[in-house]
Design a protein around this ligand. Structure first.
Ligand SMILES: NC(=O)c1ccc[n+]([C@@H]2O[C@H](COP(=O)([O-])OP(=O)(O)OC[C@H]3O[C@@H](n4cnc5c(N)ncnc54)[C@H](OP(=O)(O)O)[C@@H]3O)[C@@H](O)[C@H]2O)c1
Length: 247
């Protein structure tokens, strides 16, 4: 469409996968609304870097997405500036390792609200704008553990399983309205989320992956771009696994 600069709202843009996604869309000249939380200064620096390298406009927004009011506030700000949004990518998430009997209610709520509550609320906030135009794409960043389940990550797995079910259901609900919804179920991707692992643990884990290595954030970013673009126009309600055949 000539003259139209497509827009992306990306949560978790200050993280490893999010940064790579932001850069992929910047390369294609998108208008970027990028959310971060604790690493907001890094995110501001990323916005400046993308603006100077690719000539795009990128706005950094700080929000704790486990807080419903913060989600609503962020979307009010974005939609006031640009009411017409093309793509929402929900990438923010946190891990929690440990045994279920040791997990507090506060830990449980933090994982579920950050990983799944935020996806629900971000989708709900963007939908009026997409429904109005009868177009748009939503992509949720899930995990292979959402379908397989991971020992010592039971609630994390449950939060990603919720994203998978939500994606399938919302894909059906919104297809008649011209809006597509998909998810990428990531395997082990080389980002700060896995910094908890020692070098030896990382090497052993890579040995267990048939492709012989962790995934790269750029590989997820290119899959994300495909799943929100015209080349995937008949794909909706799907969970696309990118795990190097680990499962
Ligand atoms: N890396 C993997 O192996 C892997 C595997 C499967 C799925 N995933 C999924 O991929 C997504 C991105 O992960 P990553 O590997 O890029 O991890 P990461 O580098 O740790 O980034 C996590 C992102 O989530 C944001 N975030 C965390 N808590 C938040 C909160 N309460 N409110 C708002 N934002 C919050 C972080 O923002 P701040 O840092 O600014 O607070 C950061 O941008 C996550 O959903 C994760 O579950 C990752």
């Amino acid at each position: 469409m000539s003259g139209h600069i497509p827009t992306l709202i990306l949560t978790g843009a200050s993280g490893g996968i999010g940064r790579a996604i932001a850069e992929e869309y910047a390369k294609h000249d998108w208008r970027l609304f990028l959310q971060g939380f604790r690493h907001i200064d890094d995110l501001r620096a990323l916005c400046e870097e993308l603006s100077s390298r690719y000539g795009v406009t990128a706005t950094a927004l700080r929000a704790d997405l486990s807080d419903p009011d913060a989600v609503n506030g962020m979307f009010s700000t974005i939609l006031r500036e640009e009411p017409s949004q093309d793509v929402l990518i929900n990438c923010a998430g946190i891990a929690w390792f440990g045994l279920v009997q040791n997990m507090t209610d506060a830990d449980y709520s933090r994982v579920m609200e950050t990983n799944f509550g935020s996806v629900f609320r971000c989708c709900r906030a963007i939908l009026p704008s997409m429904l109005h135009r009868h177009s748009g794409c939503i992509l949720n960043i899930s995990s292979m553990w959402g379908s397989a389940g991971s020992s010592t990550e039971a609630v994390y797995s449950a939060s990603k399983g919720a994203i998978d079910a939500f994606t399938r259901a919302l894909g059906k609900e919104l297809a008649p309205s011209g809006i597509r919804v998909n998810a990428i179920a990531c395997g082990v991707i080389d980002t700060p989320m896995n910094d908890i692992l020692s070098d030896n643990d990382k090497a052993a884990l890579a040995d267990d992956i048939p492709l012989g290595r962790f995934g790269r954030p750029e590989e997820i970013a290119r899959t994300a771009y495909f799943l929100t673009g015209p080349d995937s126009s008949y794909i909706t309600g799907q969970i696309i696994r990118a795990d190097g055949a680990y499962l």
